[in-house]
Ligand binder design. Structure first.
Ligand SMILES: CCCCC/C=C\CCCC/C=C/C(=O)SCCNC(=O)CCNC(=O)[C@H](O)C(C)(C)COP(=O)(O)OP(=O)(O)OC[C@H]1O[C@@H](n2cnc3c(N)ncnc32)[C@H](O)[C@@H]1OP(=O)(O)O
Length: 281
């Protein structure tokens, strides 16, 4: 994919300074040349639905951030009210056989890249973050969320099941008892509830403040040897990463089998209709 490079002056909390910015249609990577921190912004209107293209783009941007020696990665959204609406249901509803395989593979790749990233990661959750959106946020090491939005793994409410590795990310943040209950209930947490339970680390009043708090978290590693930090993180996350690596073919087949069940297709169709009806009103 062609990626246009440009230098831009962008305002930020500590004043305007130069950032190196790489833009594709669906994500933007901006590296602050003072802090060395990269901001990875999802930009797929209307709701940052994670489709094949956005997932591939995300993975490519994560690789780029690791390759350009950034000091950290902050994941956020260009949409003022939605971090990500999760997986694009259109990829799973009446799917094309080949595309849906590529879609799930791209999701596995994006998760492996983000959860296993060698750089410190933080999510500035500047909008709603259901299901796959929550997966992205909980794959990061730190979360700062804006008020009056919701976050959680709501899969059971849609009649679908979050795979083991979705649960791994959730479990790396929440105690097992809380994670199990929330997943079984398909519970969406408000910002206040998420803060209280520890699903997010901090609240912020504005996106700029959220980005600043994420940058402060990444700054806590300034005096830590980066190789020792990266290896320590990878040791913590190795079991979950290796599990998906070694079972990704079976995971794909399980997904395909499940998603092609008539009852699952019917449920997704009804859910899509309800979303569209709500959007019209
Ligand atoms: C044991 C073996 C297991 C194997 C695996 C089996 C199964 C696989 C499970 C996979 C796990 C799934 C993870 C997911 O992420 S599923 C997606 C879940 N996401 C949601 O439930 C969110 C739905 N969306 C919303 O709640 C809202 O849209 C919102 C994000 C809160 C934003 O609200 P608002 O600003 O009011 O926007 P609208 O609702 O009006 O939406 C605008 C248009 O966007 C369409 N939309 C919204 N979300 C999605 C989506 N996720 N996918 C596709 N399209 C979406 C919506 O229909 C509107 O479209 P329209 O303008 O054309 O009407």
């Amino acid at each position: 994919m062609m990626r246009s490079k440009l230098l831009s002056l962008v305002p930020c909390a500590t004043g305007p300074f130069r950032t190196m910015s790489t833009t594709t249609k669906l994500t933007t990577v901006e590296v602050n040349d003072k802090t060395g921190i990269a901001t990875l912004t999802m930009n797929r209107p209307p709701v940052n639905g994670l489709n094949l293209d956005l997932l591939r783009d995300l993975r490519q941007s994560i690789a780029e951030i690791e390759g350009n020696k950034s000091r950290g990665l902050i994941l956020t959204s260009s949409n003022p009210t939605i971090f990500s609406a999760g997986l694009d249901i259109m990829e799973m509803y009446k799917p094309d056989k080949e595309r849906v395989r590529a879609f799930w593979t791209a999701l596995q790749d994006a998760w492996l890249a983000l959860y296993g990233s060698s750089v410190p990661t933080a999510a500035a959750i500047n909008g709603h973050s259901p299901a796959g959106g929550c997966l992205l946020a909980t794959s990061c090491e730190y979360r700062v969320m804006l008020p009056k939005f919701t976050i959680g793994l709501n899969e059971t409410k849609l009649g679908i099941v979050a795979p083991m590795w979705f649960m791994s990310s959730f479990l790396s943040v929440l105690p097992r008892r809380e994670a199990e209950r929330a997943l079984n209930q398909g519970r969406m947490f408000t910002t206040d509830e998420a803060l209280q339970i520890g699903l997010v680390d901090e609240a912020a009043g504005t996106k700029e403040e959220a980005l600043e708090k994420c940058a402060q978290f990444i700054g806590t590693f300034a005096k830590v040897n980066p190789i020792a930090r990266a290896l320590t993180k990878q040791q913590f996350r190795a079991a979950e990463l290796e599990q998906l690596e070694s079972e990704r073919a079976q995971d794909l087949e399980k997904f395909l089998f499940f998603i092609n069940q008539p009852a699952v297709q019917k449920g997704l169709g009804i859910y899509l209709e309800s979303l569209k009806k709500k959007a019209k009103n």
